[in-house]
Design a protein around this ligand. Structure first.
Ligand code: EPU
Length: 341
């Protein structure tokens, strides 16, 4: 038996803190409940949103149809040997809590992804990444419910088609799969990943030459806390735009015009630009438009100071996009998903 909650308030379930009401909402605790809920969704042809931590979503005031969140919990070691372990985790677990648990278990690889808001099940959807590491680096496989075949499927890294902030679940087959459990391949011996300059510099400044796992985890938390707003205090959805990739030719022209341009080499022949720098240079950092605005410490993050809504935020995002296009001839792509689209 399942009982939908009618006219459910999701204000606390979206990190932007928008006042959102779902026509019906259900948190499923097991696969039987998930199947029953999906049967009903299908029979009634309801639009469906699968809600994770709600940290990468721009939600409208009213969500018609159904919203389901996955409650699958638990962290367990499936296999381990001297060098590595395979760990399976429920999609409903909190991501940061999971990273902390791995640290306690002495299993390594995800330290740089500490403090990313959201659930484990949402993490593969946009292949979360930070400080030189992305989920795909430690990903083993996952179990998902395939709504097209009406069955559970196991997908490996290749199946998931991970890219920069992208995957099968985001751009190839959105809405088809409901991620239930994710498996990671983790190392028993810690090897720090310090390619990201801000992280290496932070550790150096603290006089830490050969950091341990706890120190890297701690440093990542400190950097994030210094730059990014805590969603429970200031509503936000992390980076609001992807860092755009341009050709080497366009990069060269931009660099001539803007010698301070912040960029990183990407695939051969391409460069990734720091969208935060572009937005900052276009004069938006700290700008407020009523209840919404651009975070004062990181221009890539749009915020809701309280009482804002999707319409206001998207209007501001559109203005930012237009002005960056005009100044740099670079088009910004939004990172969070807008629902209903
Ligand atoms: N910058 C500015 N002004 C700003 C913001 C940034 O000039 O207001 C410049 C600085 O030079 C800075 C550079 O841009 O050194 C890069 O900024 P930062 O290190 O903060 O990283 P980012 O490229 O803005 C990306 C991810 C973040 C992730 C960090 C750390 C994307 C879209 N964002 O941000 O991910 O935490 O790197 O790895 O790739 C997220 O996706 O929600 C997210 C927070």
């Amino acid at each position: 038996m399942i009982v939908w909650q009618k006219e459910a308030d999701l204000t606390r379930q979206n990190s932007l803190g928008f006042s959102v009401c779902a026509e019906r909402y259900l948190k499923v605790e097991d696969l039987e409940q998930l199947r029953l809920a999906l049967d009903e969704v299908k029979a009634n042809n309801w639009p469906l949103l699968i809600l994770g931590g709600g940290s990468n979503l721009v939600l409208a005031d009213y969500l018609p149809g159904a919203v389901i969140s996955v409650g699958c919990q638990g962290v367990r070691v499936l296999a381990d040997d001297e060098d590595q372990a395979i760990v399976e985790v429920g999609a409903g677990e909190n991501w940061h809590g999971f990273v902390g648990k791995l640290l306690e278990m002495g299993l390594h690889g995800l330290e740089n992804l500490a403090l990313i808001p959201g659930s484990v099940g949402a993490a593969p959807v946009q292949n979360i990444g930070a400080y030189g590491v992305e989920l795909a680096d430690c990903f083993h496989s996952l179990t998902a419910y395939d709504r097209e075949q009406d069955e559970l499927v196991q997908l490996n890294a290749e199946d998931c088609r991970f890219g920069y902030r992208d995957s099968l679940f985001k751009s190839v087959a959105p809405g088809r799969y409901i991620i239930w459990q994710v498996r990671f391949s983790l190392r028993t011996v810690f090897q720090p990943r310090l390619e990201y300059k801000a992280l290496a510099n932070h550790l150096k400044a603290e006089g830490i030459g050969q950091p341990g796992a706890q120190q890297v985890y701690q440093a990542v938390c400190e950097i994030r806390n210094s730059k990014l707003p805590v969603p429970t205090l200031i509503g936000n959805a992390g980076s609001f735009f992807e860092n755009p990739v341009v050709t080497a030719e366009q990069h060269e022209q931009l660099k001539l015009q803007f010698p301070e341009l912040v960029s990183y080499p990407d695939q051969p022949g391409f460069y990734k630009l720091a969208a935060g720098w572009l937005i900052d240079q276009a004069g938006w950092k700290g700008h407020n438009a009523g209840a919404v605005g651009v975070y004062e410490k990181q221009a890539l993050v749009l915020v809701n100071h309280g009482g804002g809504d999707a319409q206001q935020l998207l209007q501001l995002a559109g203005q930012i996009r237009d002005s960056v296009q005009k100044k740099f001839a670079v088009s910004l792509k939004m990172e969070p998903r807008v629902y209903p689209g």
